[in-house]
Design a protein around this ligand. Structure first.
Ligand code: MN
Length: 230
């Protein structure tokens, strides 16, 4: 057995519907500008040839939602509700689009929390988005629903309510890059592994969250979760 110089931290995990076993999170990949209406509201255009990717640390997960601390260093925390895709198998090299869905373990819903002010400053200087996107507790996410139970997701509706008011909603058929497209493109850039999560991008309606806000997010007929900003 390997000894470690201090106790190794527990793996970040998500609950799995219908199972006492948890899903251990390896990496969190995120897709930017995957809904044309959101790209427009951000003053950007969708590049249909090149998806925008960025990452969050695995331990940014807030499993099952609940209490989400308001992060330091921002005065403009934004919600982005997103479909979450969980991979249950390792890829071996580049994955063809036609084979990509065979890697999927299940689906959930999550929030890609964003320090919008830091992102705007980074964009203005042509600098990376890491401090805007990859902070602690920036990825609250639901339980995962295994594919056999989930069925096809592309026909379902993604939504987010804050304090009971609908803030974001869209059919998942509005995604510019499908789940299979995104897995294919990621596999050309990274070694994809079981345990990887992909946050699939958000539709229009992103806006601020403040301490005390209650959120509830879901994909119709699939999964829901909620929490509050503390
Ligand atoms: Mn996003």
């Amino acid at each position: 057995m390997t000894t470690t110089v201090f106790p190794a931290p527990a793996l970040p995990c998500l609950p799995v519907r219908g199972s006492s076993a948890q899903f251990p999170v390896h990496r969190i990949y995120c897709v930017g500008r995957n809904f044309a209406d959101h790209a427009r509201e951000m003053g950007a255009t969708v590049d249909r040839g090149n998806p925008v990717f960025f990452m969050k640390p695995a331990d940014a997960i807030v499993p099952g939602g609940g209490r989400v601390p308001y992060p330091p260093g921002t005065r403009d925390l934004h919600h982005e509700v997103e479909l979450v895709v969980a991979l249950g198998r390792d890829a071996h090299g580049e994955v063809a689009t036609a084979d990509a869905l065979s890697l999927v373990f299940g689906y959930g819903v999550g929030l890609d929390l964003t320090r919008r002010d830091l992102q705007a400053a980074a964009k203005a200087k042509g600098m990376p988005w890491d401090t805007a996107k990859g902070f602690d507790c920036s990825a609250p996410a639901s339980e995962l629903v295994p594919v056999a139970e989930a069925g096809p997701v592309s026909t379902r509706r993604l939504w987010l309510e804050v304090n009971g008011q609908l803030r974001q909603q869209s059919g998942l058929d509005q995604m510019v890059f499908t789940v299979a497209d995104v897995i294919h493109e990621l596999s050309r850039l990274y070694v994809l592994k079981a345990g990887d999560l992909v946050f699939m991008g958000t539709p229009a309606g992103v806006a601020a969250l403040v301490p005390g806000d209650q959120f509830r997010a879901g994909v119709d007929g699939l999964v829901e979760f909620g929490g509050h900003i503390a």
